[in-house]
Design a protein around this ligand. Structure first.
Ligand SMILES: [Fe+2]
Ligand SMILES: [Fe+2]
Length: 378
């Protein structure tokens, strides 16, 4: 298939992205939105003169247009990738016969935070994820996977891959994290019982990844039930996946020690909050929330946790409080060498006892409500 001239492709992404941005700022009826929509449609129609359809695929951070990778991804392309990823889309196909009304609807659906992407007669959307093997999300954003347990196992594996690359000298694979978060958000839409996508810890060495994945699921579930959507929901997911990333800088002997930790070892273990925050604050392309949550997830609601930097009046951020609730719940329900597996209701009642001191009581109430509702739904 012949390539489009790069000038034309660049112009298309520029006009589409400007239409989307203006649409978020003003409304679909704004004159500048109309103008950029018209320009986009003209370019699309010119491109469709020589091709049956325009197929745009997003794989990792690359754009493939009609099977040809784009040589350069500029600011407009990067912004478009970001927008689409947040909607769970990694493929768009424009077909002959596209009208301005359809394009307008599509642009409006992408720019409005709460709205889902629908199907349009001449625009196809879907998630084509080459890295997830069995997992494929088709048109209409439905999940086609063998089982939800498999889904979470796959996400744990994926997180393990991201974590295995962690080094203070390398960039973090944020697109891998994005995929995990998007997959969970899509799962919530069809699965009433959140507990079915919480992974059991199969091997102790896998604990870090399993725990981080579970904390992300539980925190996004809490956040959604509190009315948090879109970008913030996504940012909470990413931050939760990374809340314990500082443990990657703690020695294995301490991390996997079976008996109780000596004072010095415990001090070192507690430093994972600081190490994580320091590491994440240097990484680009991450929510600003990520280092905050890494630093504060052991602060406690009554400010008695660690690290003890917060004594001068700084309270735990509400989103760190959400993560702290999920963190505690998952830690207790996982099999650790020094703990038995706790029953869900037993953990909930312990959390209620610790509400006000360790946890925000309102969050504990909400958490209890959603977990009990999930148990009933199973
Ligand atoms: Fe932690
Ligand atoms: Fe944790």
């Amino acid at each position: 298939m012949t390539e489009y001239p790069s000038g034309k492709v660049g112009a298309l992404f520029h006009t589409l992205m400007t239409a989307i941005s203006n649409c978020s700022l003003y409304s679909t009826e704004h004159a500048s939105v109309e103008e950029y929509l018209k320009r986009s449609l003209t370019i699309i129609n010119e491109m469709l003169d020589t091709h049956e359809s325009i197929e745009i695929m997003i794989i990792e951070d690359e754009i493939i247009i009609n099977k040809n990778p784009l040589k350069e991804t500029g600011i407009h392309e990067k912004n478009l990738i970001k927008r689409l990823k947040r909607k769970g889309i990694s493929g768009i196909e424009f077909l002959k016969g596209l009208t301005i009304a359809e394009l307008k609807q599509f642009i409006a659906d992408i720019s409005v935070k709460k709205r889902d992407i629908k199907s349009y007669p001449h625009i196809k959307t879907g998630v084509i994820d080459v890295r997830l093997g069995g997992l494929k999300i088709d048109d209409g954003l439905s999940l086609d996977t063998e089982g939800l347990a498999d889904l979470s196992t796959q996400q744990v594996e994926k997180l393990k891959e991201v974590y295995s690359d962690i080094s203070p000298f390398r960039r973090l694979n944020t697109s891998g994290l994005e995929e995990i978060v998007v997959n969970f958000i899509l799962t919530f839409r069809r699965e009433a019982n959140i507990l079915t996508i919480i992974s059991p810890v199969k091997a102790y060495s896998e604990y870090t990844y399993t725990h981080a994945t579970n904390v992300a699921v539980l925190s996004m579930f809490q956040a959604e039930s509190l009315g948090i959507t879109d970008e913030l929901l996504h940012d909470i997911g990413i931050s939760a996946l990374l809340h314990d990333v500082g443990k990657m800088f703690i020695s294995k002997e301490i991390l996997e020690k079976k008996g109780s930790l000596a004072d010095k070892e415990w001090e070192e273990m507690q430093r994972h909050s600081l190490y994580g925050a320091r590491y994440l604050s240097k990484m680009e392309d991450l929510p600003r929330l990520a280092p905050v949550i890494a630093l504060q997830h052991h602060y406690r609601y009554d400010s008695k946790g660690y690290p003890a930097l917060h004594i001068n009046g700084k309270r735990q951020h509400i989103l760190s409080q959400i993560i702290a609730v999920s963190d505690f719940f998952d830690a207790l329900r996982s099999i650790r060498p020094y703990k038995r597996e706790w029953e869900v209701k037993e953990i909930l009642s312990l959390m209620r006892k610790n509400a006000d001191s360790e946890f925000n009581p309102l969050l504990v109430d909400n958490f209890t409500r959603i977990i009990l509702a999930a148990l009933k739904g199973s």
